[in-house]
Design a protein around this ligand. Structure first.
Ligand SMILES: C[S@@+](CC[C@H](N)C(=O)[O-])C[C@H]1O[C@@H](n2cnc3c(N)ncnc32)[C@H](O)[C@@H]1O
Length: 309
């Protein structure tokens, strides 16, 4: 019997106050679309994108500039996601890949919906640690899920040798493979499994931008290297600090980044070297204080880990 999610028609139409206006900014290898995700995606040709990394608002009440990340129910949030996911799938090439993030509690909705349209190759756990405020009455959340999907499970890009990591056996001595004709030490590198330990972006890190949910460059580097080739086109429909586009640029890929908040578009314009000014004003990176941040803000940053899922 089909699942309820597949029978339901979306009940929410593109909920937010954004207009249909999309402003475009072009660089040599990156384009920024400033506007709501739906009219922005409408501007992109179908079957033109090699890789999509989608990190939408998670419906956990975060403030993104003027936008509050809160829907009235899980189902309404899921219905909104289904609408932009449908468009993303249209934009992907037949051999394209889609990586999607959301909160741990919302991911089951997206997983069930996506697996009837694409092949889910991996369910990745991005794990990080926190030394700050910790949950004391339950197991605190220290991970975010990522789905890795492809349109065609027999034809997709996966550059295994570009992302290998050290193969930790747990043994102190080298392990020998005695099944071989001549016993040989096991290979010391491997393709990473589906649990990725990558520290979150902290204030003191050089890559830090003023965005509440900035993803680490190392996370995007692995995804982009694995699932695209040089010159390929990468789309990030919720770019935030434009990490995806910045890493794509470093790795010789082209990119399109969408965001509806002016402050984040300004980060993108500077980070991607598209412009040094915006509306006549100089664009500059945040001036970081070398002094310790005040206790309130560092506690707030640490306590995010409790509520991020
Ligand atoms: C989870 S953050 C993305 C963070 C990003 N991956 C990074 O590394 O910085 C989600 C982003 O979606 C943007 N956003 C929210 N609603 C949107 C909409 N309707 N259309 C376009 N962007 C939207 C927010 O402004 C926010 O920057």
């Amino acid at each position: 019997m089909p699942l309820l999610y597949h029978q339901q028609q979306p009940t929410v139409m593109r909920m937010n106050n954004y207009t249909k206006l999309v402003e475009k900014f072009h660089g040599n290898d990156a384009t920024i679309l400033f506007g709501d995700v739906f009219p922005a995606l409408d501007q992109i040709a179908d079957s033109s994108v090699d890789l999509i990394f989608a990190d939408p608002p998670y419906n956990i009440g975060k403030q993104f500039g003027t936008f509050l990340d809160s829907w009235s129910s899980d189902q309404e949030y899921a219905d909104w996601c289904y609408q932009w996911l449908e468009l993303c799938i249209q934009k992907l090439k037949p051999n394209g890949s889609l990586y999607v993030m959301t909160s741990t509690q919302a991911m089951p909705y997206l997983d069930l919906w996506l697996r009837s349209r694409l092949t889910v190759l991996s369910r990745i756990v991005w794990h990080y640690d926190s030394s700050g405020v910790q949950a004391k009455k339950f197991f605190g959340s220290l991970y975010e899920p990522i789905l890795h999907c492809v349109k065609d499970s027999k034809n997709y890009v996966f550059n295994a040798s570009d992302i290998e990591v050290e193969a930790k056996t747990g043994a102190t001595r080298k392990l020998i493979d005695y099944r071989k004709a001549v016993p040989t030490p096991y290979k010391t590198t491997k393709v990473p499994g589906n649990t990725w330990y990558i520290p979150r972006v902290r204030y003191r890190m050089p890559e830090y931008e003023e965005h509440p949910t900035q993803k680490p460059e190392a996370l995007l580097e692995r995804i982009i290297k694995a699932s695209s080739n040089e010159g390929d086109l990468i789309l990030d429909p919720f770019s935030g600090s434009f990490t995806t586009c910045a890493v794509a640029q470093k790795l010789g890929r082209r990119s399109i980044g969408i965001d509806a908040q002016e402050d984040y578009v300004k980060i993108g314009l500077r980070r991607l070297s598209i412009s040094t000014t915006y509306k006549g004003a100089e664009l500059s990176a945040i001036q970081k204080s070398t002094a310790r941040k005040n206790q309130k803000s560092s506690l707030m940053a640490e306590s995010e880990s409790l509520w991020q899922e």
